[in-house]
Design a protein around this ligand. Structure first.
Ligand SMILES: Cc1cc2nc3c(=O)[nH]c(=O)nc-3n(C[C@H](O)[C@H](O)[C@H](O)COP(=O)(O)O)c2cc1C
Length: 175
């Protein structure tokens, strides 16, 4: 893949909120997980974990916890990506909180792009009630759910969402 291929690949991804419900192959899930495990992490401590939810009743519960967002119920798989505070804080102390959150978001980004590479659709979902997710999935205290990544096959939006001009983000040399 050259640099133009990469840009085309990235631009071809959109968040999808309309799913057919067709189940994922186990190989798709394995591929997504293997890709995520190549993500960088602070001190290579890989302070992230993921709960893969395919059961329909559980997805209905997750969707309710995610402020009734329908795509969480309709996508055949939801990857609940979590920060693992113990793995990071046991080494980095307080700073490990930030690192674990970063590790989890990078892992989730890799999962999202892995799904795209597999011609699957996804939607990163950050609006949810954390305590409800904890309860539904029996998460231990040191595990913080960071993102619900809905994955499946669906209908992408007709037009991609526009971005700010890149110069509005970039501050050269200093602010
Ligand atoms: C941290 C984060 C939280 C998000 N939360 C939600 C969400 O709760 N519901 C949703 O439908 N989309 C959510 N999104 C998806 C964004 O709306 C989407 O990425 C953005 O509008 C750009 O569109 P695109 O992904 O199609 O390029 C979230 C994305 C991120 C990175």
């Amino acid at each position: 893949m050259n640099s133009s291929d990469l840009l085309r690949f990235l631009k071809a991804r959109s968040s999808v909120r309309d799913y057919s419900g067709e189940p994922l192959d186990p190989e798709d899930i394995d591929y997504i997980l293997v890709c995520a495990s190549t993500a960088p992490s602070a001190g290579n401590r890989e302070a992230w974990d993921v709960v893969i939810v395919t059961d329909e009743d559980a997805r209905i519960e997750l969707a309710l916890a995610a402020l009734e967002q329908v795509h969480i119920r309709e996508a055949p798989a939801v990857f609940v990506v979590c920060a693992n505070y113990i793995r990071s804080m046991s080494h980095y102390g307080e700073r490990g909180i930030l690192y674990a959150l970063e590790d989890a978001t990078i892992a989730c980004t890799y999962m999202m792009l892995a799904a795209h590479a597999r011609n699957l659709h996804s939607c990163w979902t950050g609006a949810f009630n954390e305590n409800d997710i904890r309860e539904i999935l029996h998460l231990p205290e040191h595990i913080r759910p960071v993102a619900l990544l809905a994955v499946g096959r669906g209908t992408p939006p007709l037009k991609p969402v526009e971005r700010m001009p890149v110069e509005e983000h970039a501050h050269r040399e200093n602010w």
